[in-house]
Design a protein around this ligand. Sequence first.
Ligand SMILES: Cc1cc2nc3c(=O)[nH]c(=O)nc-3n(C[C@H](O)[C@H](O)[C@H](O)COP(=O)(O)OP(=O)(O)OC[C@H]3O[C@@H](n4cnc5c(N)ncnc54)[C@H](O)[C@@H]3O)c2cc1C
Length: 438
Amino acid sequence: MDLSAKHVVIVGGGFAGVGCALELARSGKVRVTLIDRNNHHQFQPLFYQLATSALAPGDVAFSLRKIFRKWPGVDIKQAEVNSVDPKSRTVGTEQGQTYQGDFLVLAAGARANFFNTPGAEANTFPLYALADAERLRSRILALFEDADRDPKLIDQGALNFVIVGGGATGCEIAGGLADMIHSTVTAEYEDLAVNAARIYLVERGTILLAPFSTRAHEYASRVLQHDGVILKLNTAVNEVHPGHVVLSDGNSIKTRCVVWGAGLKAAAIAASAGLPQGRGGRINVQPDLTVEGFPGLYALGDFANIVGSSGNPLPQLGSVALQSGRWAAKNILADIAEKPRTAFHYHDKGIMAMIGRNAAIAEVGERRHELEGAIAYAMWLGVHVALLTGLQVKIETFVEWGWDYFSKGRGPQLIDRSDAARIDWQDDDKDEETPERA
Ligand SMILES: Cc1cc2nc3c(=O)[nH]c(=O)nc-3n(C[C@H](O)[C@H](O)[C@H](O)COP(=O)(O)OP(=O)(O)OC[C@H]3O[C@@H](n4cnc5c(N)ncnc54)[C@H](O)[C@@H]3O)c2cc1C
């Protein structure tokens, strides 16, 4: 490694951080230190399939050291960044080290936004990290085991699943869970009254998949209801207790599994960095992806508020993150070559969501051609394969599971997170009827 080369410190090994580091590594002109709290890159679009036992952890997370094995100019550090000094482009870690760069790239992603809902942080399962998906899988499986052993627990809500938020994450987990209940659980739990299971999808607004077209809203509602999901639109979750949720319509639902898919905000270090923040606490960036007043400081992906060509902020998507990472690398190299930085242009490939096995919705390209069903599923697969290959991750597993999923295979059904699986059935402060089970 050429120690005289310019040094780029990148925080976050997600789509944005890895995309940026790979582009810089290929140039051979800089040293990169890539810091992440995990030793892996995580592929969030597939978390719902891990949570519903359709995939294994190794299918949705990939070793960072392996991704960069061929690039000696990239040094991986597993550490929790807990301070940022934008002026000196230095970050400090919980473990006690500091890293200073000629350039600093902040790509720490997002975390759940609970919107100050009482009890939500303590009593729900968000889905933003590999560990979240593993915990949720363990909780779902543990509930079926508990109810199988003691059917009286069904009256305490053992088989009620509440999903908060009718966006892509909420619809995907609702569809995946319905699929798991209809296929695996029905086939494997002979004594259990599986038909007592209820999946509630609670959405504050009047439609599902708000960023999509009217046709997509209707398609998602139709598919999910066909699969037995109970939609509660125009309804908010106002409180979350260990054993029930309270809804804005005054009803409550007994449940031991609340999935939080209702919103995002920037990762924690955004709040303490002393940088300008926009919606969701994301760091405001200029068109060239640098932060105003700090020419060597970039913010990318879900961590940043990047304004698109329409004047609106770009959505939190893997493709936005990956493309912003690559663009930032080009601007860093331009800086080093004393050439002008250029304004980021997002190449919009469209938006898509999986709603269940063989059921997906895709709006492709900037003109938003609408596709649904198996063809949209294939499109989803293609776009996500492209994201993975962009990160140099081998795609064999992905294609394998794609086929497996299509042909009704199932991943490991392991309860391996005892913290999430151990349920204290006495621990609730209210006892109300579940509205839908009469
Ligand atoms: C459940 C779910 C489903 C999704 N489905 C899709 C989809 O189908 N298609 C799509 O395009 N997008 C999807 N997205 C969005 C997409 O995954 C994100 O937009 C994308 O991951 C953002 O990339 P990023 O690099 O900005 O952040 P991330 O991928 O979140 O990476 C941030 C990294 O920073 C690390 N980090 C954070 N804080 C610290 C710290 N203090 N110290 C050290 N490391 C830190 C994290 O460990 C993480 O590795 C989905 C997201 C979720 C949660």
